[in-house]
Design a binder for this molecule. Structure first.
Ligand code: MF3
Ligand code: CO
Length: 263
């Protein structure tokens, strides 16, 4: 390896516009998915909605064939934490379903996850989903040039643990850009004041994975499906964030965002 002082790509203005475009499309794909969340829908049907929507907009699903992954999205029901493989399983009233999906457009990647409610869910499930989202926003407060990755990690962990929830250790957020996974790793737990120094032009996928019970997980024999070891619920919330010299910018959104569509 060459003596590169900084392995983390700083996005140019052109790169940033491409990151905005692809991540906006990913957010729109989620809006489309949300319309289809209902009792009796199979997770495979949801995957097809995501796949078709991404293709229709001139992009490509970036999860498909990533390290051999067999679908365009990860759909993780209830105690499945992440990497649930779409199947003929149908959603039932009271389920919570985490949908993680991404796309690549013009050489740049997008990535976003949300946990949705199916029908009416328990108050416990509602609280878990809300706290997982709030964990992201606690992390976002630390997304400033001059702070460190550990500041984000620590903010997320502290918030989740206030509620007695388990912060998944084995998987983390990441840099994103010309590749789906770039440096730095963004753990959802850790010490503030440690880790990579944040700079304007970094793009980070920040993705708390929060368990109702213990943070321990197991992986199925399919090599993908990650479950809580205690069988309790888990939620996931992920956005791609651009570090700037001022407020961070959430790229996985479409409301109030001007488009960079070519047509
Ligand atoms: N969003 C997931 C992550 O950042 C990507 C899943 S990769 C796949 O970890 F192979 F499962 F698709
Ligand atoms: Co991710």
């Amino acid at each position: 390896m060459n003596c590169a002082l900084n392995m983390i790509p700083i996005k140019s203005q052109k790169d940033i516009e491409k990151m905005r475009a692809v991540n906006r499309l990913v957010a729109l794909t989620h809006a489309e998915i949300e319309k289809h969340i209902a009792v009796d829908v199979t997770t495979k049907e949801l995957d097809k909605v995501a796949h078709d929507f991404i293709i229709k907009h001139g992009a490509r699903p970036n999860f498909y064939k990533y390290r051999g992954y067999p679908a365009s999205s990860c759909i993780s029901v209830n105690e499945v934490v992440i990497h649930g493989i779409p199947s003929y399983r149908t959603l039932a009233d009271g389920d919570i379903v985490s949908v993680d999906l991404g796309a690549v457009l013009d050489g740049f990647h997008g990535d976003m996850a949300r946990t949705y409610a199916v029908g009416s869910i328990s108050n416990n499930a509602k609280s878990l989903i809300q706290v997982t989202k709030d964990c992201f926003y606690e992390g976002l407060k630390e997304c400033r040039a001059g702070r460190r990755v550990g500041d984000i990690s620590n903010a997320i962990q502290k918030h989740a643990e206030k509620f007695g929830y388990g912060v998944v250790r084995q998987f983390c957020g990441h840099g994103i850009g010309r590749r789906l996974h770039e440096d730095p790793a963004v753990a959802n737990f850790g010490a503030s004041g440690t880790g990579t120094l944040l700079k304007a032009g970094y793009c980070l996928a920040i993705e708390p994975m929060i368990n109702e019970g213990s943070f321990n997980v197991t992986i199925d024999s399919d090599g993908w499906t990650v479950r809580t070891a205690d069988g309790k619920l888990s939620a996931h919330y992920e956005n791609v964030v651009l570090i700037t010299n001022d407020e961070p910018e959430i790229l996985t959104q479409y409301k109030g965002v001007k488009t960079y569509d070519k047509n």
